[in-house]
Design a protein around this ligand. Structure first.
Ligand SMILES: Cc1cc2nc3c(=O)[nH]c(=O)nc-3n(C[C@H](O)[C@H](O)[C@H](O)COP(=O)(O)OP(=O)(O)OC[C@H]3O[C@@H](n4cnc5c(N)ncnc54)[C@H](O)[C@@H]3O)c2cc1C
Length: 383
């Protein structure tokens, strides 16, 4: 077993590190305070190839394996989780799902725009009444000639107000639970679709999170992604890979927490010496370091399984569960190293903790990941 990165993977990592240092890190506090990252970052992410990772070059993709995707996601997450999330959703949940489930026409229609950053994608599964219980969603798509008419509300949609297309999940028949759900690639300028930005988030403030209201939205039948009634399988396949991407972003947060804590501990003096000399501060730092390594190894294992064509969904849940909880612990330990200065936004610790906190909630809460892992191990479903 060799955990050494290849030259190509190392080059991608260096590229992502340079990009983050140049295009993201200098603006992080300003974007967080303004509650909006500069939209120009999307085009830049497209130009450097990060929005096309793992996608076939025929559709404007930049190829690469899933480990390269994780390396880039980690570096972006190390810089700013709001930017990382744009990539994880537009590429990870939308473009990659079109690549996996779309017909030729759908791939031609959406992938070149999504991989270049001309388009932004969003993923519309959650509703006000169904979060963890997504299979019971109530948005309805009723067949009318060569189209479906969609009515319903979607909640907490990342990239929501920016997106050109939403991968929308709606009920197309009366089968109970997830069996009646289908997926649609819906342009966001379709009449009847309105969007409201959700403000006041604890973290990910630079990201556009929205509520989408659909009133009589006409979507052509040709926009259905995957077979009729298989929308929940489309969503779950997207989230299985998506959880790896969230995990990689969490490794980035934890690594940023480690970097910041080590640097500050070396600079700050109390009791006549560097706080790095105090063993209880060293304990905080070593706890962060172990979390970083463990989360990274679990995440890389998922990428390796995907790249070798092996089953990976349970390992992805394990990585997401561990890495998200680890990112929260790491950011919290980092804040402790900073003392009172950790509590103000001139230093990085507070934002890392605020951004980390959502990671145990979205793309399946920690409780849901435990149920998925338990089901895989026992063969008995708790749902
Ligand atoms: C910033 C942000 C961005 C998001 N982006 C998107 C997006 O782009 N697209 C999208 O579709 N959604 C998105 N979401 C929604 C997110 O996926 C949901 O918030 C999440 O799935 C949890 O659903 P909920 O908030 O309704 O909580 P609930 O499902 O109501 O859960 C509340 C609590 O109950 C627990 N719980 C629920 N069921 C069980 C059970 N069976 N056993 C044990 N415990 C249980 C949960 O773990 C949690 O602790 C986003 C959310 C946020 C906050």
């Amino acid at each position: 077993m060799n955990l050494e990165l290849s030259d190509e993977q190392r080059a991608v990592q260096d590229l992502a590190r340079d990009f983050t240092a140049r295009e993201i890190t200098p603006h992080v506090t300003e974007w967080d305070r303004a509650e909006q990252v500069d939209r120009g970052i999307v085009k830049k992410l497209g130009e450097v190839g990060f929005l096309g990772l793992t996608i076939d070059e025929r559709y404007g993709g930049s190829g690469g394996d899933h480990l390269a995707y994780c390396l880039v996601t980690e570096e972006l997450g190390r810089g700013d989780s709001s930017v990382r999330g744009i990539v994880s959703v537009s590429l990870g949940l939308v473009a990659k799902t079109i690549a996996a489930w779309g017909n030729e026409e759908q791939k031609q229609q959406w992938l070149p725009g999504l991989t270049s950053g001309s388009f932004v994608g969003s993923f519309g599964l959650t509703e006000p009444g169904t979060g963890s219980d997504a299979g019971n969603l109530s948005t309805k798509a009723v067949r009318d000639g060569d189209a479906y008419v969609v009515n319903g509300t979607k909640m907490f949609i990342t990239n929501g107000t920016w997106a050109d297309v939403v991968l929308l999940f709606a009920r197309t028949n009366d089968e109970p639970g997830h069996k009646g759900v289908s997926a649609f690639l819906t342009p966001t300028d379709t009449p009847g679709l309105t969007r409201r930005e959700i403000h006041g988030k604890l973290g990910l403030r630079g990201q556009a999170t929205a509520e989408l209201v659909l009133e009589g939205v006409r979507v052509p039948a040709s926009a259905m992604l995957g077979p009729e009634g298989k929308g929940f399988s489309v969503a779950m396949s997207a989230l299985a890979k998506g959880r790896m991407s969230v995990a990689a972003g969490c490794v980035g947060i934890a690594q940023a927490a480690l970097d910041a804590a080590v640097k500050y501990a070396g600079e700050r003096e109390q009791f006549g010496t560097s706080i790095a000399r105090h063993q209880l501060v060293q304990e905080l730092i070593s706890d962060i370091a172990v979390d970083v390594d463990a989360a990274r190894l679990l995440t890389w294992r998922v990428a390796d399984l995907i790249d070798r064509g092996q089953p990976f969904a349970t390992e992805s849940s394990k990585a997401k569960l561990f890495a998200s909880e680890a990112a929260v612990r790491a950011a919290n330990n980092c804040l402790q190293v900073f003392g009172g200065y950790g509590y103000i936004d001139e230093y990085p610790a507070g934002k890392l903790l605020r951004d980390a906190r959502v990671m145990t909630l979205y793309e399946g809460t920690s409780q849901i990941q435990k149920l998925l892992i338990g089901r895989a191990l026992t063969g008995v479903s708790a749902f």
